[in-house]
Design a binder for this molecule. Structure first.
Ligand code: T4K
Length: 373
């Protein structure tokens, strides 16, 4: 049987984590080994906390072991209960964090340009039980922060951003993470900036940070005082060490992602039926993902395209399909979210990461251009 050359090519995944040179990690590991402080807000944790805040131009940051626990702590710190309005077009962690706080996620529709919560739909979803809004800056595309802040203020609601995708995103020259009462970012392996696992809450002041720090340390104030039902959400010294090293390259990582995105934008202009979802924030964007909408006259649906590409060793993801509102655990499927459904049926995230070489990208583009070849 003739060998299939495509099968011999290395697989391409939707993302590949960026890592610092191993040699740079060794001195920090030696520090940890010498000190034997492995966790519980050690010196590297504190160094990374200040360094990451400085990098983002922010002042008050609480570090966590991942963004999901950071979201749960943020919602708890803000005292949410009852109903929390969020987007159905997101990763499970957005809705799950609301449920873990004992509140009910209420899904409002998204807008068709950047695929973020539609402020008008949010306003329609408010009931007397609503206590908060949890919008997601999907793919790092900024939500309509002014409209959402206005709604939150007029209705007396807390506004907590799931900014898991938004590390390094700026809006009008300032970090997008400064918006809302609190904002939560992820440092997971698959994100623009990773500490293997990790996350952070950005808060307006030190009082808030002190409460968040206690929530992620069992609610402990001191050896004799435990003030709240906290949990263990602490970032370890190892993850903080990785974070310190990753910060050295964080700007470069985004410019290399921008290059990959630029090549996609150019190539996709000539492929009918595949349209990039643009951020509307080119200068300040982090190119965390490269989402496209697949529609006629393209010969395949998004689901068929993902399978077709996987057969050629190119592993894309349908972030975000299925909709969270369609999950039986959230009472789904529901009929009422037409834009979110439209997007979920068409979305595909193409591979993007700093080390995606031109040759590999050409392979992806050729496969998109001639899906039936
Ligand atoms: N809010 C939003 C809006 C989010 O999108 C997320 C996470 C969160 C909150 C919660 O943040 P964290 O608690 O995770 O900090 C991935 C990630 O696991 C998840 O963090 C992320 N969103 C979500 C969008 O994507 P999967 O199930 O697609 O991951 P996985 O393991 O299939 O990885 C995708 C590809 O990445 C793999 O095919 C290969 C590559 N990969 C992955 C890992 C983990 C690597 O090359 N190396 C790795 O170590 O969810």
């Amino acid at each position: 049987m003739a060998a299939d050359p495509a099968r011999e090519l290395p697989p391409i995944y939707v993302t590949q984590p960026e890592l610092p040179p191993l040699g740079e990690l060794v001195p920090l590991l030696e520090e940890i080994w010498e000190r034997r402080v492995l966790t519980n807000s050690g010196p590297l944790h504190e160094r990374f906390r200040h360094a990451v805040a400085g990098h983002l131009g922010l002042r008050h940051v609480a570090l966590f072991n991942n963004a999901t626990s950071a979201l749960i702590a943020a919602l708890r710190q803000q005292g949410v209960s009852g109903e929390v309005i969020t987007t159905p077009f997101s990763f499970a962690a957005s809705a799950h964090s609301i449920a873990w706080c004992g509140a009910v996620p209420v899904f409002a529709d998204i807008e068709p340009r950047r695929l973020n919560l539609d402020p008008a739909a949010v306003e329609r979803a408010i009931t007397p039980r609503t206590t908060a809004i949890l919008p997601v800056h999907c793919y790092g595309h900024p939500c309509d922060v002014a409209a959402l802040a206005d709604i939150a203020r007029r209705h007396g609601l807390r506004l907590i951003y799931d900014a898991a995708h938004a590390f390094g995103v700026t809006l009008a020259g300032r970090s997008l993470l400064q918006h809302g009462d609190l904002s939560v970012v992820s440092f997971h392996a698959t994100k623009v900036f990773n500490t293997f696992e990790g996350g952070a809450v950005i808060a307006p002041d030190e009082t808030c940070i002190a409460q968040l720090d206690r929530l992620r340390n069992f609610g402990i104030v001191d050896e004799a005082t435990i003030e709240s039902v906290g949990f263990n959400g602490k970032m370890s010294e190892f993850n903080a060490a990785v974070g310190l090293l990753q910060l050295r390259r964080a700007h470069d990582v985004i410019s290399r992602r921008r290059e990959v995105a630029r090549r996609y934008f150019a190539a996709l202009q000539t492929i009918e039926g595949i349209r990039p979802v643009e951020s509307g924030n080119d200068e300040g964007h982090n190119f965390a993902y490269f989402p496209v909408l697949v529609d006629r006259p393209y010969p395949l649906t998004s689901g068929e395209l993902v399978k077709n590409l996987a057969g050629k060793g190119i592993h894309c993801r349908r972030y975000f399909h299925p909709l969270l509102s369609d999950l039986p655990l959230y009472g789904g499927p529901v009929d009422s979210l037409p834009v979110a459904r439209w997007a979920a049926q068409r979305i595909v995230c193409l591979p993007i990461y700093p080390s995606l070489g031109e040759e590999a990208q050409r392979r992806i583009i050729d496969a998109l251009r001639e899906p039936l070849a």
